[in-house]
Design a protein around this ligand. Structure first.
Ligand code: SF4
Length: 280
């Protein structure tokens, strides 16, 4: 892993509307060592212009907390600030154990609370920061990705990401701490018929997403990554279709309470109440 320390010019990035409902994205790192095979960031300039393979390098943002404090104060003068952390990296990837950039950013966000903060991760390390997250109360939602209930499938598609059991344990810990928590089945991978039942009781809210709905290009970016070939190798082609999604979606609708199963973008929107209705 090639880890470099860099001082960015800014840490808060205006979304320009590409992430509905959010004014800014916040990425503590550039690059991501989880290296998911389907990661759409592989097809974005940040990865394409880098000589090295996605997943083999991480840039650690230095002075991130100090910069965020200044940028946040200035952004809040213009209106409610809604932050998505993170859109192009995982804020709790392994380097965070040592560098604690994400934790530093959260300390600032507790001091200067935004209207809403969405934390998206695949890592149980998020539990380390429960002391800070609970101080943001209803202004934060923690969303932990659980793409499947089959560990073998997780190993095929995201071998460097944390095991599923650890993620489910983290979801339970966040929920027990009183946080607004969501399981993100994103992207939906081949799973068992009892996946929905297994998540029921761990979380009250779920979002399901597919490559076609969620990669920002109608599935074209994923197609360019050649992920369909992995499905062929696994003999799981039928899972690369919309029919698989419909079937699993129906199972989740049956297992969860009305209004708690979201599809694609709607599951990643800010909590409307916290943003005075201005976020959507
Ligand atoms: S955790 Fe997210 S950012 Fe990191 S490689 Fe996987 S999909 Fe990409």
């Amino acid at each position: 892993m090639d880890i470099t320390h860099k001082v960015p010019s800014k840490v808060l990035t205006p979304t320009g509307g590409f992430l509905t409902g959010y004014t800014h994205t916040l990425n503590p790192y550039v690059g991501c060592s989880f290296a998911c095979s389907f990661c759409y960031v592989r097809q974005m300039p940040v990865s394409l212009f880098r000589k090295a393979e996605w997943g083999t390098w991480v840039d650690v943002k230095q002075q991130a907390a100090e910069k965020l404090r200044k940028e946040l104060r200035s952004a809040k003068k213009k209106g409610p600030v809604t932050i998505f952390m993170s859109s192009a990296t995982d804020p709790y990837q392994p380097v965070e154990y040592r560098e604690q950039v994400t934790r530093g950013l959260l300390e600032v966000l507790v001091e200067e609370p935004p209207a809403f903060l969405f934390v998206q991760t695949r890592s149980p390390l998020v539990v380390r920061d429960l002391d800070l997250l609970v101080r943001l109360r209803e202004r934060v939602r923690v969303s932990i990705t659980v793409e499947t209930d089959l560990e073998e499938m997780r190993r095929q598609f995201t071998p460097a990401a944390p095991p599923l059991a650890a993620r489910i344990k983290a979801l339970a810990a966040c929920r027990n701490a009183g946080l607004d928590v969501q399981a993100a089945v994103s992207p939906l991978l081949p799973c068992s018929g009892s996946f929905a039942q297994k998540l029921r009781g761990v979380v009250d809210r779920v979002v399901l997403d597919t490559y076609q709905m969620g990669d920002g290009s109608g599935g074209k970016r994923t197609q360019r990554l050649g992920i369909d070939k992995l499905y062929q190798q696994l003999g799981a082609e039928e899972w690369y279709t919309g029919e698989a999604f419909q079937r699993v979606h129906a199972q989740f609708l049956e297992a969860f309470a009305d209004g708690t199963v979201f599809v694609s973008q709607e599951g990643f929107l800010p909590n409307r109440d916290e943003c005075g209705g201005q976020a959507e």
